[in-house]
Write a protein that binds this ligand. Structure first.
Ligand SMILES: [Zn+2]
Ligand SMILES: [Zn+2]
Ligand SMILES: [Zn+2]
Length: 361
């Protein structure tokens, strides 16, 4: 994520800020130019850019409950911003906890969309693609009469991404993480993983790119249901770290692809943050671990360039986390086989960046 500045007073501002702490201007994120903009009130629901008062804008329909800080152009018919317009079922807002949960979910969702927009790859919604456009259902758990909770299931099915809303609660998410023996579980990770399934449908399946995919990830025609059942019964095969980014990636080639897609986004986005802050790694006496992000990670030459910058940086971030008594922020190892998979994803994404007219996702 880029580091932003208030375009009225040059104060540093962040992606989720609502107001400038120095000049007090209201701030909104303008998806058209991917920048935080300072605003002044205009008539009705409209605001205008401080830097360009001719330009009228309004906030996303979800700004009312302070769920979203993105802006919508005056000619746009949609009530919601380019991210929120994909929402179909939203969390329950009858309680403050529900509103807080949705705020955290929405924040992670807009972070995902930021990356997709950085590649100029906005996913189609259901107006543009009624069958396979991307929609989100944020599902509440079902509480039975006796108080028994049936958890909602996070997953993807033909463009519908379901996210279990309760995972916006730290306690619920941490319980799920520990019980499934996962080293990492976040809302943002869920969004990046699930959209990976959507990208597979659009960029591999619908374009008949099976040969290249199978050469790297294996044959996805094995029965998915049985494969998942096997995984939950028997766990990952011994030595999986040689070939997979996570234990879950071993379950089925679809899951491997989605896991690698999530990691590609983790790496690219975190490198952009490091670049925004000018963070470089140069451990004394260990020049081989030096790293500086002197390129735009969203336009990297290849995955190798990303990985060379990422490994020393992630080692340093993990060490800093340990100094704070926190778990590693990136508890993963990038084996050569995984780098090959990231290289495949890199080509897939950059081909679509170069040929936007062919890109459906
Ligand atoms: Zn300011
Ligand atoms: Zn919005
Ligand atoms: Zn999955």
């Amino acid at each position: 994520m880029r580091l932003f500045a208030c375009d009225n007073c040059d104060q540093v501002v962040h992606f989720d800020n609502r107001q400038c702490v120095r000049c007090n201007h209201r701030l909104g994120f303008l998806p058209d130019d991917l920048l935080m903009r300072s605003l002044e009130p205009r008539d009705g629901d409209f605001w205008q850019l401080t830097a360009n008062p001719q330009r009228a804008l309004r906030f996303c329909g979800n700004a009312g409950l302070d769920i979203c800080n993105w802006l919508v152009g005056p000619d746009d018919d949609h009530e919601f911003c380019i991210a929120c317009r994909h929402n179909r079922l939203v969390p329950n807002i009858d309680t403050q906890e529900g509103i807080d949960r949705w705020r955290r979910i929405s924040q992670a969702q807009r972070h995902l969309f930021y990356s997709l927009l950085r590649w100029h790859l906005p996913p189609p919604d259901r107006f543009q693609d009624p069958q396979g456009g991307l929609v989100f259902d944020f599902l509440e758990d079902e509480v039975q009469f006796d108080g028994h909770v049936i958890p909602a299931i996070t997953g993807h099915d033909e463009g519908v991404i379901a996210i279990r809303a309760a995972e916006a609660d730290d306690l619920t998410r941490e319980l799920a993480r520990a019980s499934m023996n996962e080293p990492y579980r976040t809302l943002l990770g869920h969004f990046r993983h699930e959209v990976g399934h959507f990208v597979w449908n659009k960029a591999v399946r619908d374009r008949n790119e099976f040969e290249g995919f199978r050469a790297v990830f294996g044959d996805e025609r094995q029965d998915y249901g049985i494969a998942l059942q096997n995984h939950y019964q028997n766990g990952a095969p011994l030595g999986w770290q040689q070939n997979f980014i996570s234990a879950y990636a071993t379950a089925h080639p679809w899951e491997d692809f989605a896991e690698c897609f999530a990691h590609y986004l983790h790496i690219v986005d975190t490198l952009e943050t490091a670049r925004g802050f000018g963070i470089a790694i140069d451990p004394r006496g260990h020049g081989e671990m030096a790293s500086e992000v002197d390129f735009d990670p969203y336009r990297a030459a290849d995955a190798e360039q990303l990985v060379s910058a990422w490994v020393p940086l992630s080692v340093a971030i993990n060490a800093i986390q340990r100094s704070m008594g926190q778990p590693d922020s990136y508890p993963f190892v990038l084996s050569n086989a995984v780098v090959t998979k990231l290289e495949y994803l890199h080509r897939l994404i950059q081909d679509r960046v170069a040929n936007p007219q062919q890109a459906a996702a």
